[in-house]
Ligand binder design. Structure first.
Ligand SMILES: Cc1cc2nc3c(=O)[nH]c(=O)nc-3n(C[C@H](O)[C@H](O)[C@H](O)COP(=O)(O)OP(=O)(O)OC[C@H]3O[C@@H](n4cnc5c(N)ncnc54)[C@H](O)[C@@H]3O)c2cc1C
Length: 407
């Protein structure tokens, strides 16, 4: 990377970047950087926070474990340590990613908030601006994730509530909610796990279930449900696999509709592929719902100063509210002049072709397939880019191009 000039108007430093600029130092950014390095292509990672994997280090709860078995969550080229359990804890996963970064000598530039990135048609380069620097490269890799910003829904009256209102990205443990009445809004994996954590800390969680939800046991017949589904999908049509999963789920968990957890009409995998909505893999919350320790509530009509009124007419008092309302991509806020992404910040081209845009634009980690999707994107991008890198290097040797010599 070499400096070109000091901008006079806005005092931005300007840096030519060797190889691609990667935005985001989560698992996606690390994986693609490692794969590139393995193919001899250097890169620069820009990360807004002060550490790698900030979602895991700074915005997740203490009891979080990988939802999927470890074999589906490894990054390319370096597996988990042998002694890791089937479902590594978040601390184990963080230590794995730290070792991964050290192993591949990946050193992101921290506290670099990408504010805009735009392709300059005149020069043929991407111009990526952070708060203090402009980075210029032939390639841009978007690795800011599907979970870049918390979704905060508009709930009538929430501004009147007297107690704390926290998104799950700010929730660490149920300890601080001991003996408190807590309204948990949302019933995805996070809502279920936070409610379970609250129970274990003697709080009284009420979980709002507004939409339909698929709950599956995390394991079936001693094997991971996800693993079984992946294996069956190799041989059977998707709808048949969904039918099988639902049959076993009903057999082992009972009829969840009776608990106020209505199942969608579309099967779990079909729904995931169509909308990205992940089925809940139960790790114990369901038994707490059955025993009445976690109360399931219908949608909220209104939040009051000290509680909530529900759609079914009930009214309850609460000390705190936790919003388990998910996350969204932030790409539309900073990627300018590209129509590769939708308004919600997801690639318009569906999986498996979502990793490559035009003019040197790439994306990793936008497949709605978690860490497995990341690994697949990273390998494809590195292969594609290393071909271009080799061509450019050959050209550099023969043409002695000035700009290429700079990078
Ligand atoms: C609670 C929870 C549990 C999960 N469990 C699993 C699981 O068990 N298995 C699984 O496969 N998946 C799981 N996931 C999905 C998980 O998000 C991904 O697998 C993984 O973290 C995504 O990695 P990523 O690098 O794409 O995104 P992230 O981990 O979100 O990393 C993106 C990085 O980009 C940075 N960034 C964002 N915007 C900017 C900007 N403008 N400028 C500079 N930097 C920026 C962020 O700070 C962040 O560090 C889970 C997600 C959550 C929320």
């Amino acid at each position: 990377m070499s400096s070109c000039k000091e901008g006079e108007e806005n005092q931005l430093k300007c840096l030519w970047v060797q190889g691609p600029i990667i935005v985001g130092a989560g698992p996606s950014g690390l994986a693609v950087s490692a794969c590139l390095k393995n193919n001899g292509v250097p890169s620069v990672i820009l990360e807004r926070s002060d550490c790698i994997a900030s979602l895991w280090q700074q915005r997740s709860y203490n009891r979080l474990k990988l939802h999927l078995p470890k074999q589906f969550c490894e990054l390319p080229l370096l597996g988990f340590p042998e002694n890791f359990p089937m479902y590594p804890t978040k601390h184990q996963f963080i230590s794995y990613m730290e070792s991964y970064a050290v192993h591949f000598s990946i050193e992101p530039r921290f506290k670099q908030v990408v504010q805009s990135a735009e392709f300059d048609h005149i020069s043929g380069f991407w111009r990526v601006q952070t708060q203090d620097t402009e980075y210029i490269s032939r390639w841009l890799i978007v690795a800011t994730g599907e979970n870049a910003e918390p979704v905060i829904p508009e709930i009538p009256g929430i501004e009147k509530f007297d107690g704390p209102v926290v998104h799950t990205s700010g929730y660490k443990s149920g300890l601080e909610f001991s003996n408190k009445r807590v309204l948990v809004v949302g019933c995805g994996n996070s809502g279920m796990e936070v409610s379970l954590d609250l129970c274990r800390h003697h709080a009284s969680p009420h979980m709002v279930v507004r939409n339909t939800v698929h709950i599956l046991p995390r394991e079936m017949f001693g094997f991971s449900t996800f693993g079984i589904a992946m294996a069956l999908l190799k041989w059977l049509p998707l709808r048949l696999v969904d039918k099988f999963l639902l049959l076993v789920a009903t057999f082992t968990l009972g009829n969840t509709d009776k608990l106020g957890l209505r199942r969608p009409k579309t099967g779990p995998i079909e729904l995931k592929n169509a909308t990205g909505k992940t089925p809940v893999l139960d790790v114990g919350a369901l038994s707490q719902i059955k025993s009445g320790k976690i109360k399931v509530m219908e949608g909220v009509r209104e939040i009051t100063r000290n509680g909530a009124k529900f759609l079914d007419g009930q009214e309850r008092e609460f000390d705190s509210i936790i919003l388990a309302t998910g996350y969204k991509s932030n790409v539309p806020c900073w990627l300018k002049g590209s129509d590769f992404f939708t308004e919600t910040g997801m690639p318009k081209t569906p999986f498996p072709n979502s990793w490559k845009g035009e003019k040197g634009l790439y994306t990793v980690g936008f497949t709605r397939r978690g860490l497995l999707g990341i690994a697949s994107d990273a390998v494809k991008i590195a292969r594609d880019l290393s071909d271009q890198w080799t061509t450019i290097k050959d050209c550099k040797n023969t043409c002695n191009s000035h700009i290429i010599l700079q990078i």
